[in-house]
Design a protein around this ligand. Structure first.
Ligand code: ATP
Length: 354
């Protein structure tokens, strides 16, 4: 049995159901992210695990014990919110020790634990400061220490990085992951940022309108999106309605041009429509051979993005975007130039209809 078992969880607010029959098992020590657009129900599920929100039906078990109707204080769960949730009138040490004080721990034990937590978040000298004297990144580290001080069995993180600027966001997410691994604490992390979810998680739950569209490792989600929603939400993707020409041989046509996929399309019939996808980094300008498909068109736009240059090619009706690595020696494609785009047959993804 898994450490966290969520079964048939449902949540309605009045007439509107925002979480539908949600099921998920999480192993001890796992780092799982809920990824999805605003309003898809990620936070509501997290709040039901924490006990801040009551489930309409279904159950949540942690470590074999039924949690569904326990008050938050009885769940032994630590939570970090988006931002600025520290108590402004308490020092850093006071914030970190708060949960222990409420639990009636002795002064000496609280002080020792606070010092240990300050070391853990690499702010050993800042215990006497107040939250307003800290940067946003430091405040979130203190919030993390406060959540961990009570030795929770589960750590819940609700977009803890989203209010920070880009550089701090990346360094703090790496620190959170390192710390989580070191402590081995089972963690659920909510984000709408696909790069964040891909980089930090053991598994990702892609949420769409109150249910999980796909649950998988970052590479499963990125390389084999199960639905059109997952394909378009995770990664920048070229999506096409293709026409199946020969299901047994994997032959389809994109915008009237014949291509071959190595993915199994034997369930489709001749002339069926199939949603197919190509990732920009799987495409090359020029260069078809026996193992590579080609599509021909005209360069429509060239955008310099720093590490890569994104080129948009117009086929007949459809458009395809591809990335080429920046190289100062490279001559950039020019708008209006004829272009051949090539890609490996295994890189033509087939998306199941949703
Ligand atoms: P975000 O990233 O914007 O927080 P989310 O995926 O976490 O989005 P939730 O906060 O879980 O989404 O909200 C899911 C849906 O439930 C939304 O449509 C929201 O308006 C609704 N909702 C959340 N809390 C309440 C509430 N207390 N009363 C009524 N509706 C609510």
């Amino acid at each position: 049995m898994s450490f966290i078992e969520i079964s048939h969880l449902r949540k309605s607010f009045g007439p509107s159901t925002v979480v539908h029959d949600f099921n998920l098992s999480i192993d001890k020590g796992e780092f799982v992210s809920f990824l999805g657009p605003s309003g898809c129900g990620k936070t509501t599920i997290l709040r039901m695990i924490a006990g801040f929100e009551k489930a309409t039906s279904g159950s949540i078990r942690v470590g074999g014990s039924e949690m569904t109707n326990l008050p938050p204080a009885k769940r032994n769960v630590g939570m970090v919110f988006q931002a600025y949730a520290l108590f402004p009138n308490l020092t850093v040490a006071g914030n970190i020790g708060f949960g222990l004080k409420i639990a009636g721990k002795e002064r000496g034990e609280i002080d020792a634990r606070v010092a240990e937590m300050l070391e853990l978040i690499k702010l050993p000298d800042l215990g006497g400061r107040y939250p307003y004297q800290l940067s946003g990144g430091q405040q979130q580290r203190v919030a993390l220490a406060r959540a961990l001080a009570v030795k929770p069995q589960v750590l819940l993180l609700d977009e803890p990085l989203s209010a920070l600027d880009a550089k701090i966001r990346v360094s703090l997410r790496e620190e959170i992951r390192a710390l989580q691994r070191e402590l081995g604490i089972t963690t659920v992390f909510v984000t709408h940022d696909q790069e964040e979810a891909l980089s930090i998680s053991d598994r990702i739950v892609v949420m769409n309108q109150g249910h999980a569209d796909q649950v998988g490792t970052p590479s499963e989600i990125y390389n084999n999106p199960a639905t059109r929603f997952v394909a378009s939400f995770v990664g920048t993707l070229n999506l096409f309605e293709a026409r199946v020409v020969d299901p047994a041989a994997g032959r389809v046509s994109i915008d009237g041009q014949p291509v071959v996929t190595r993915r199994d399309i034997s369930a489709f019939g001749i002339a069926d429509e199939a949603m197919v996808a190509l990732r920009p980094e799987a495409l090359t300008l020029g260069g078809g051979d026996d193992d590579r498909n080609t599509l021909t068109g005209t360069v429509e736009e060239v955008a310099f993005l720093g590490a890569v240059i994104r080129v948009r090619v117009r086929l007949r009706e459809a458009r395809v975007s591809l990335d080429i690595f920046n190289d100062p020696a490279l001559e950039l494609p020019k708008i209006g130039m004829p272009a051949v785009v090539s890609f490996k047959k295994e890189d033509l993804l087939i998306i199941a209809p949703s």
